[in-house]
Write a protein that binds this ligand. Structure first.
Ligand code: NAD
Ligand code: 6OD
Length: 477
């Protein structure tokens, strides 16, 4: 399968090609076509025509049936999807097979269920002194926003793309999607599945290419776009917001994080250590929800750091950073930490394998201590397999440290004290707080961040709300 655009129901590889590089060994494994402004225009125009045509006339039942067919289509080609996601990202195959691809299938099924069963409120309004019945009926109908741009990152490529595409289609929008330039493959497979599912041409379009000054920017600044759903870095969100401002285009943003974990002395320490290994190092820390700041109550600090260090040094089979550029960014933070006098409890460098992986973009899972809270390593999102561990004395200090960040995406609290869990969770400035677990997802719940971590919420009804416009109809009875 070669990465290809999918516009108005047709595949093409129009545009200059750029290399697709394996992060595992650094070799070029393919090429990706860069969508020109004309291709983006064609995709937006096709989406508009679909709304004016067959797609715009579909009922919610029909759209939900399409979503289920797409889910079935991904399932039927499960191994191909897993192979493609593993190859593009370098993540362990097991992760793609147990998280990325099943969740993509789940996204389509969940939104088929949610959109189909969605009630709307109605109000009977009394108007005293009115002639006739003196009453009116107010009810709400939901209209799609129109042509929606979906721009997604490389870390969970299909999961995050379908997380937006599924509700956008369920709500009746037409979509122009642009996946990350680093990970074009599963998006292309998705277009094949959508094509086979028989969606009317133009209802879903896919363009490949880079972001700034390229396909991504052409798309998000396009006057024919009615909304933008974006997942990626906060700085990119700011750039997209500036582009969106010209047309007052609504945005839904899922952005970066610098997520804290709070480990109280009453926590089950084995669980907290295992949980932190998962939350800091899954997909080599390249998940926006990963923990990069760990705060541990002083009586168990030394024990926790020792155990976390041991577990981290024993990790094997972890995947690489997505690119040489990203590897260099992560390593620059490792050097910065060392330069600022951090204690490197585990990792801190580049692993040597003695095989072709040495040409890839691996870095060691790393645990640091001893840095001041003001240091860049503690404040900035690194997006790699690294966490800094610091002590705290009491609940108030733990909450203050957790909240002292420009970000507010997710947090984890480890405690066996139920009252404490309920006290602390709502005080943490984050969109999601996990207690004694991490990244446990129910697709009906609100998902998103506060502060620099995002605008709005996705998930369940929240996504369907974003992707549709409520219209109140008031009828005199
Ligand atoms: P990125 O912002 O560099 O790129 C994301 C997407 O935006 C890509 O498709 C890219 O081509 C496009 N893009 C880049 N510049 C653009 C521009 N000026 N206009 C339009 N499109 C543009 O992010 P990334 O490096 O792919 O992903 C890592 C970042 O994403 C991290 O900061 C991470 O925290 C964040 N992220 C957040 C969530 C979340 O749910 N909050 C999920 C995953 C990743
Ligand atoms: O699980 C999800 O729905 C979701 N949006 C995850 C985001 C992960 C960030 O990398």
């Amino acid at each position: 399968m070669k990465p290809a655009h999918y516009v108005n129901g047709a595949f093409s590889t129009e545009g200059a090609a750029f290399p697709l590089v394996s992060p595992v060994d650094g070799r070029q494994v393919g090429s990706v076509p860069e969508a020109s402004r004309e291709t983006v225009d064609a995709a937006v125009n096709a989406a508009r025509s679909a709304l004016d045509g067959d797609w715009g006339r579909t009922s919610v039942e029909e759209r939900c049936a399409f979503l289920r067919r797409i889910a079935d289509g991904i399932e039927a080609r499960f191994d191909e999807f897993v192979d493609a996601e593993t190859a593009d990202t370098g993540k362990p195959r097991e992760l793609a097979a147990t998280v990325d691809i099943p969740r993509a299938i789940g996204n389509f099924r969940a939104y088929a269920d949610l959109a189909y069963g969605r009630p709307e409120r109605a109000y009977q309004t009394r108007v005293p002194g009115w002639s006739g019945s003196g009453q009116a009926l107010n009810y709400t109908v939901r209209r799609p926003l129109g042509v929606v741009a979906v721009v997604s990152p490389w870390n969970l490529p299909l999961l995050l793309l379908t997380w937006k595409v599924a509700p956008a289609l369920a709500a009746g929008n037409a979509v122009v999607a642009k996946p990350s330039e680093e990970t074009p493959s599963t998006a292309t497979l998705l277009a094949e599945v959508i094509d086979a599912a028989g969606l009317p041409p133009g209802a879903f379009n896919l363009v490949h290419g880079h972001g700034a000054g390229a396909a991504g920017e052409h798309l998000t600044s396009h006057p024919g776009i009615d909304a933008i759903a974006f997942t990626g870095a906060s700085a990119t969100g700011a750039a997209i917001m500036r582009a969106a401002a010209d047309h007052v285009t609504p945005v839904s943003f899922e952005l970066g994080g610098k997520n804290p974990a709070l480990v109280f002395a009453d926590a089950d320490l084995t669980e907290a250590v295992e949980g932190t290994v998962r939350s800091a190092f899954t997909h080599s820390g390249q998940i926006c929800l990963c923990t990069e700041r760990v705060y541990v109550q002083r009586p168990v600090f030394e024990e926790f750091v020792r155990a976390l260090g041991e577990r981290t040094r024993a990790l094997t089979g972890y995947g690489p950073m997505i690119s040489a550029e990203h590897r260099d960014k992560v390593l620059s933070y490792y050097r910065l930490a060392a330069g600022e006098g951090a204690t490197i409890v585990a990792g801190g460098g580049v692993p040597r394998f003695g095989d072709e992986r040495d040409g890839g973009f691996h870095v060691e899972p790393t645990v640091l201590t001893g840095l001041p809270e003001s240091s860049r390593v503690v404040r900035e999102e690194i997006f790699g397999p690294v966490c800094h561990v610091a002590p705290f004395d009491d609940e108030d200090e733990a909450v203050r440290l957790a909240n002292d960040s420009p970000y507010g995406l997710a947090a984890t609290v480890w405690t066996t004290d139920l009252s404490r869990a309920h006290r602390v969770a709502p005080r943490v400035e984050a969109g999601i707080v996990w207690v004694n677990c991490w990244n446990l997802r129910d697709l009906r719940t609100p998902f998103g961040g506060v502060k620099a971590s995002g605008i709005g919420r996705e998930g369940g009804e929240y996504s369907l709300d974003f992707f549709s416009e409520p219209v109140n109809v008031c009828v005199k009875i």
